[in-house]
Design a protein around this ligand. Structure first.
Ligand code: DGJ
Length: 533
C-alpha cells in the first residue's frame, strides 16, 4: 500500500505517541527479588536502596505538602513515606476520591522522589480511627473488639466481616487507581494498615473469635511455629499455653490484613508490607504489655503463613537501647523476610542505618520528618533542620551511590557497621583481607571510642584487592588475612559516584593514610587498592 505524505505523517505521529505511551507503561513493576539468600527491591529493573523519610500522620493533605517537600530536600531522600487516609478516600460509602493520591503522585514526580504509600485503613496504631465516618456511625455493623466482659474496646474486631469487605473494596480501588495513574512507578511499595493489632487487650472475645479460639489450631500454624503438641489437633490454649491468646490474635489480625493485601495485589501486584509496633525482644513482658496481634518478633511465622500476600514484615524501631535496636534488626532479617525499617527515631539512632545495611536492608526511614509541627517555644530559636541533620548525613553520603550500594549488598559484597559503646574496634572479614574499623583514634595513638558512639562505615569488595569505603567518625585499615604479610596501599582514591561511575577527585597519601583511613563529619568515599609485602 502506498501512503500519501499526510497519511504517512499521521501514521508516524500515531506510532511515536504509541511508542511514548509504551515507554511509560512498560516501566517494570517494582518487585522484591530474592537470590542466594539475599533480597533486593528492584525499581526500574535494578536493585534500589530506599533512603526514606516518613511524614507526620496528618501531613499528606495538599495544604501541608509545602511543609513536607523542603524537609525532604534537606534530607536528600529518594523515597517519601506518606499516608493515604481511608476516611478521606471513601468519605461517602462506595465513592472513591482520588484527588489526594493524584496530588501526591504529581508532587512526588516534581520533586523526583519515589513514594511508599501507607494505607491507614482498618487499623492505625491498633485502633480504627481512620475508618470513614459512615463506618464509625454504625458500630453494630463494623464492630469493635470486645473484652472478657463484653465491653467494646478502642480496636476493631478482626472478625468484623463487613469491615473486612469494605476495606478490601477500598484498598482494591486504591491500587486499581495506581495501576492506571502510575505507569512511571512513582509508588514502589505500599504499607497495608498501620501497626495493626491491639493495645491494652490481648485478643477479641466476640462469640465468633471465642469459637475459633476453642477450635483446633490450623495445621500450617502449628508447623510454622514448630509446635510439638501432646494431642494431634490441639486448640490454641493447648498448643501455645501462656502465649495462646497473643498467637491467636496475631493469626486473626494477619488473616484479615492478608485478605486486604491479596485483594489489592490481585489488581496491581506492587510489593506490600505490614509494620509492627515492637515488643522489647530481650525483656518482652507478658502478652498485653505490648501491642498484641501485630507482626511482633514472636509471631512472625504466624504472619507469614496467615498473610502470604505481604512481601515484608517490618519493624518500627523507636528503641534507645542499642543492644535492643540491633537485636530487632537481627530478628527481622530472616531467610523469609527482607529487612526494611519503615519507621525509626531517637537521638543517636541514625548511625544504625549502617547496621541495617550490614544485614542487607532494602530501606531505612526515620519518622516525623517534615516541618508541620509547631515546636515548643523553648526550642523556637533552634534551627528546624537540627532534628533532621543526623539522618540527612547518611543520605548525603549514600545518596549519590545508592544504586551501587544496593547492588553490592544484593551480591553479598558489602559489610557495614555502627559504633557500639565500649566496642572500640570491629573486624570485617573479606577473604584475603580483614577491614579493621576503629573509633576515636588520633594519629598513632590507640583508639579510645568516640565520646558518644557516632561512628558508622560501609566496606564493599569491588575486586579481590580493591574496596569501596565510606563512613563517618571512624578509622578503617586493612590487614592481610595471611598474618605473615603486611599491607601496603597501592592507591587510595577519594571520589564520588556520578551516574554509576566513580569520579576521581584526588589521591590520599602521607598524613591521610599513614595511620589508616580516617573519616570525620564530611561525607567521604574512598576506592582503595591494596597489595602485600
Ligand atoms: C508509630 C506509628 O506507626 C506512626 O504512625 C506514629 O504514630 C508513630 N508511632 C509515633 O508518632
Amino acid at each position: 500500500m502506498r501512503m500519501t505524505s499526510a497519511v504517512l505523517t499521521a501514521f508516524l505521529l500515531a506510532t511515536s505517541a504509541a511508542t511514548l505511551h509504551a515507554q511509560v507503561t512498560e516501566r517494570p513493576l517494582p518487585r522484591l527479588v530474592k537470590k542466594d539468600g539475599r533480597f533486593a527491591l528492584f525499581v526500574d529493573g535494578a536493585p534500589y536502596l530506599m533512603l526514606g523519610a516518613q511524614v507526620h500522620n496528618s501531613s499528606a493533605w495538599p495544604g501541608m505538602l509545602p511543609k513536607v517537600w523542603p524537609a525532604m530536600e534537606y534530607l536528600n531522600v529518594n523515597t517519601v513515606e506518606i499516608p493515604v487516609y481511608w476516611e478521606q478516600f471513601e468519605a461517602r460509602r462506595g465513592q472513591f476520591d482520588y484527588t489526594l493520591i493524584d496530588t501526591l503522585l504529581r508532587e512526588a514526580r516534581q520533586h523526583r522522589v519515589h513514594l511508599v504509600l501507607l494505607w491507614f485503613g482498618t487499623w492505625k496504631n491498633g485502633s480504627q480511627h481512620y475508618t470513614p465516618e459512615w463506618m464509625k456511625r454504625e458500630p453494630d455493623r463494623y464492630p469493635h473488639m470486645v473484652d472478657k466482659n463484653g465491653h467494646a474496646v478502642d480496636s476493631p474486631s478482626p472478625y468484623a466481616t463487613a469491615a473486612l469487605e469494605a476495606d478490601k473494596t477500598a484498598f482494591t480501588a486504591f491500587l486499581r487507581h495506581l495501576k492506571v495513574a502510575d505507569p512511571e512507578r512513582t509508588v514502589i511499595l505500599v504499607q497495608v494498615e498501620n501497626e495493626p493489632g491491639t493495645w491494652g487487650r490481648v485478643r477479641d472475645y466476640s462469640p465468633a473469635a471465642q469459637k475459633l479460639f476453642e477450635a483446633p489450631v490450623p495445621p500450617e500454624v502449628l508447623s510454622a511455629m514448630q509446635v510439638k503438641a501432646a494431642s494431634p489437633s490441639p486448640n490454641w490454649q493447648e498448643a501455645f499455653g501462656p502465649e495462646a491468646e497473643v498467637c491467636f490474635h496475631a493469626w486473626s489480625v494477619a488473616r484479615y490484613v492478608g485478605q486486604v493485601a491479596a485483594a489489592g495485589k490481585a489488581v496491581y501486584p506492587l510489593p506490600l508490607y505490614a509494620n509492627a509496633a515492637l515488643r522489647d525482644p530481650l525483656k518482652p513482658g507478658a502478652p498485653g504489655t505490648y501491642e498484641s496481634g501485630g507482626p511482633t518478633d514472636n509471631v512472625l511465622a504466624i504472619w507469614k503463613v496467615a498473610a502470604p500476600a505481604l512481601d515484608i514484615l517490618a519493624p518500627d524501631i523507636y528503641e534507645n537501647d542499642p543492644v535492643v535496636y540491633l537485636k530487632v534488626l537481627e530478628l527481622y532479617h530472616r531467610a523469609d523476610n527482607a529487612l526494611f525499617v519503615p519507621e525509626t527515631g531517637g537521638p543517636g539512632n541514625a548511625r544504625f542505618f549502617f547496621s541495617a545495611l550490614g544485614l542487607g536492608a532494602i530501606g531505612f526511614s526515620p519518622f516525623g520528618m517534615d516541618y508541620t509541627v509547631t515546636r515548643a517555644s523553648a526550642d523556637a530559636s533552634r534551627p528546624r533542620e537540627e532534628f533532621l541533620a543526623p539522618w540527612a548525613m547518611n543520605n548525603r553520603l549514600i545518596g549519590p551511590m545508592q544504586r551501587e550500594i544496593a547492588r553490592l549488598n544484593f551480591e553479598g559484597k558489602l559489610q557495614a557497621v555502627a559504633e557500639e559503646k565500649g566496642k572500640i574496634t570491629q573486624t570485617l572479614a573479606f577473604g584475603p583481607w580483614n577491614a579493621v574499623v576503629s573509633y576515636g583514634a588520633r594519629r598513632n595513638n590507640p583508639a579510645e571510642g568516640n565520646p558518644e558512639p557516632t561512628g558508622r562505615v560501609l566496606v564493599a569488595q569491588l575486586k579481590e584487592n580493591q574496596f569501596l569505603v565510606a563512613g563517618y567518625f571512624c578509622r578503617v585499615d586493612f590487614r592481610p588475612a595471611d598474618a605473615g604479610r603486611e599491607r601496603q596501599f597501592l592507591r587510595v582514591e577519594e571520589g564520588t559516584y556520578e551516574n554509576g561511575v566513580f569520579k576521581f577527585l584526588r589521591i590520599w597519601n602521607g598524613d591521610e593514610t599513614d595511620w589508616g583511613l580516617n573519616f570525620g563529619e564530611e561525607p567521604v568515599v574512598l576506592r582503595v587498592s591494596l597489595a602485600t609485602y
